[in-house]
Design a protein around this ligand. Structure first.
Ligand SMILES: [Zn+2]
Length: 293
């Protein structure tokens, strides 16, 4: 399956100096104790698939997330601790009523990178994935009974059979194939007009990342590769992907794009590349890593 790389354009590797993910298992128990105190913190509030950000006179303020207590924004039932922001707890919740008193704007999650940077984008990405997980696991997939948050662990537990449901991540592999002074780039019909990128696809059940890379390249363009080399990974919260990027060397085969997924594929000289994805995306970082000579 082709990953929509065109939408894959809004996060570089964050430094996480402001954004801290809770320690494993801390998410729910820590939140419960904090909820009882109605502690002050930052809030990632999702309303109609958009996030509320703080504004002052039409400008984005430094503290982009609303600040206050649980009682200022929502009831406590579906609140989750997303992490920390600027040293304070950062909570998240879906809301169906807008808070009063404070000026807010709505923003689509993927626009956050440009407005507030990689760390804010990453924290919101984590928050929205947790909210989706909570919303999508209110009932047990095995026996159909309601679930509850498990104490001391970021998990939903079935009240009847005890089955646990953890936030689910969908790994995907990206491969930039190299042949002498050329790189293999392709475009999906979903891409912005003219833009080419590396090949990518989702990992299937029972498959390793390496096997996925070899299969995807074979299926999508009909060539064989070898010598996979890990580049880096990137969380992508639309809705829950983890992109793992590699370079690889060409071995054999003639480019034969699969028309169901690939609109065009070509070898490009590293010194003469077509339009590429946004510079903040891992796909662009991967291409730049071998083409910035
Ligand atoms: Zn069950």
């Amino acid at each position: 399956m082709w990953v929509n790389l065109n939408s894959h354009q809004a996060v570089s590797t964050p430094s996480f100096s402001s954004f801290v993910v809770p320690a494993p298992g801390m998410g729910v128990s820590e939140l419960n104790s904090r909820k009882n105190m109605n502690e002050l913190g930052f809030w990632i509030l999702r309303y109609n698939n958009q996030v509320l950000i703080t504004t002052t006179g039409g400008n984005i303020v430094e503290n982009i997330f609303p600040y206050g207590r649980t009682s200022d924004f929502c009831d406590t039932q579906n609140v989750l601790l997303a992490g920390e922001w600027l040293g304070l707890p950062c909570y998240t919740a879906d809301i169906d009523q807008l808070p009063e008193k404070q000026p807010f704007e709505f923003i689509m999650v993927r626009r956050l990178f440009g407005l507030a940077g990689a760390e804010a984008f990453a924290l919101v990405g984590r928050a929205t994935q947790l909210l989706d997980w909570q919303n999508n696991h209110r009932y047990c997939g095995k026996c159909g009974k309601p679930t509850t948050k498990k104490s001391g662990e970021l998990a939903m537990s079935c009240s009847a059979c005890g089955l646990l449901f953890y936030p689910r991540i969908a790994p995907a592999v990206m491969v930039l194939v190299l042949r002498d002074d050329e790189v293999l780039l392709a475009r999906s019909p979903h891409f912005t007009s003219g833009v080419f990128s590396a090949l990518a696809g989702f990992v299937e059940a029972g498959e390793t990342l390496e096997e996925c890379a070899i299969r995807e390249v074979r299926e999508e363009v009909g060539i064989e590769i070898t010598n996979l080399r890990y580049f880096r990974s990137q969380s992508w919260p639309f809705p829950n992907s983890l992109m793992v990027a590699f370079t690889a060397d060409y071995v054999s085969g003639i480019l034969t794009p699969d028309p169901s997924e690939i609109e065009a594929a070509n070898w490009f000289l590293r010194s003469a590349l077509p339009p590429l994805p946004d510079p903040v995306s891992i796909s662009r970082q991967l291409i730049d890593s071998v083409c910035d000579l």
